[in-house]
Design a protein around this ligand. Structure first.
Ligand SMILES: [Zn+2]
Length: 274
């Protein structure tokens, strides 16, 4: 155990030295490997070095970070570590995620994105200038879920028939998240039976990814939990998502999420009252 802590301390010291060196290189790209402890633990490369990235099939564009982005990067990494470390290594292995790159001015075509999952090359892109902290935390989990879905079901756009069957008869999703960009669609208003927000109604894949993000974030779970009491479809979706994931990653079961939430939120086992 002592050996393990010494290793962690040594790694932190090395990381600190590396940061000091790069601070002297004003305007130079930040090229050192980031989050060295997590890289080793998860077998994922965390970087801001675009040279480590296989070009995407999509028109993804971004700017690399410079030394004057250091403060924002540090703030973002602080949030990122808090969120990413909630997930057991088993889950990261399942996703087959290989690289996470931190950038700015991230776009797909003409459209700004706070994050982009390249599930073909197993790369997650995150823009360190996400509009606010809560949104940044949500995006970290949401985009990761797209990677997971692609790996577990063969497509990030898998039209899960079991999930579709939970919806109101004849409900039709919109034409995808790329066409649902207004800020009010991401508000947690339970706009329709079975949905946390309007964005979730834009596509089955977005519906799952939004609920997934909620499960990891107390601030959004507290907004969603009251909906479950009267919205049986939404309660069933929460249970189905956890059940599906626990078939691949047994540690991710309802007990796992129960243990993360406040005791007053645990009653009813995500069940509605009808
Ligand atoms: Zn999405």
């Amino acid at each position: 155990m002592i050996y393990k802590y010494l290793c962690v301390l040594l790694t932190l010291l090395i990381a600190g030295c590396s940061s000091l060196n790069s601070l002297n290189q004003l305007s130079a790209p930040i090229t050192e490997q980031l989050l060295p402890i997590y890289s080793e633990y998860y077998h994922v490369t965390f970087t801001s070095d675009a040279r480590k990235i296989v070009p995407s099939h999509w028109p993804i564009s971004y700017q690399i970070l410079r030394e004057n982005d250091r403060k924002k990067l540090d703030n973002y990494l602080n949030i990122f570590e808090q969120e990413f470390s909630k997930m057991p290594a088993e889950l990261i292995t399942l996703s087959n995620l290989k690289t996470v790159i931190f950038v700015k001015e991230l776009y797909v075509g003409e459209q700004y994105r706070a994050a982009v999952p390249d599930y073909i090359n197993e790369v997650l892109y995150y823009d360190i200038n996400a509009k606010n902290e809560g949104y940044a935390r949500r995006v970290i989990h949401h985009e990761f879920y797209h990677m997971l879905e692609q790996q577990l079901f063969g497509s990030a756009y898998y039209k899960d028939p079991n999930w579709q069957n939970l919806n109101v008869a004849n409900f039709a999703y919109g034409d995808g998240g790329h066409n649902a960009r207004s800020s009010n669609v991401s508000l947690f208003t339970n706009p329709y039976p079975g949905f946390v927000n309007g964005y979730a109604m834009s596509g089955l894949e977005e519906d799952k990814a939004e609920i997934w993000a909620v499960l990891w974030l107390d601030q959004y779970w507290q907004k969603t939990y009251p909906m479950l009491k009267h919205d049986c479809i939404l309660a069933d979706k929460v249970n189905m998502l956890i059940t599906q994931l626990s078939e691949f990653a047994p540690s991710i079961n309802s007990n796992y999420f129960h243990s993360r939430f406040n005791p007053y939120l645990l009653k009813n086992n995500f069940r509605c009252n009808q």
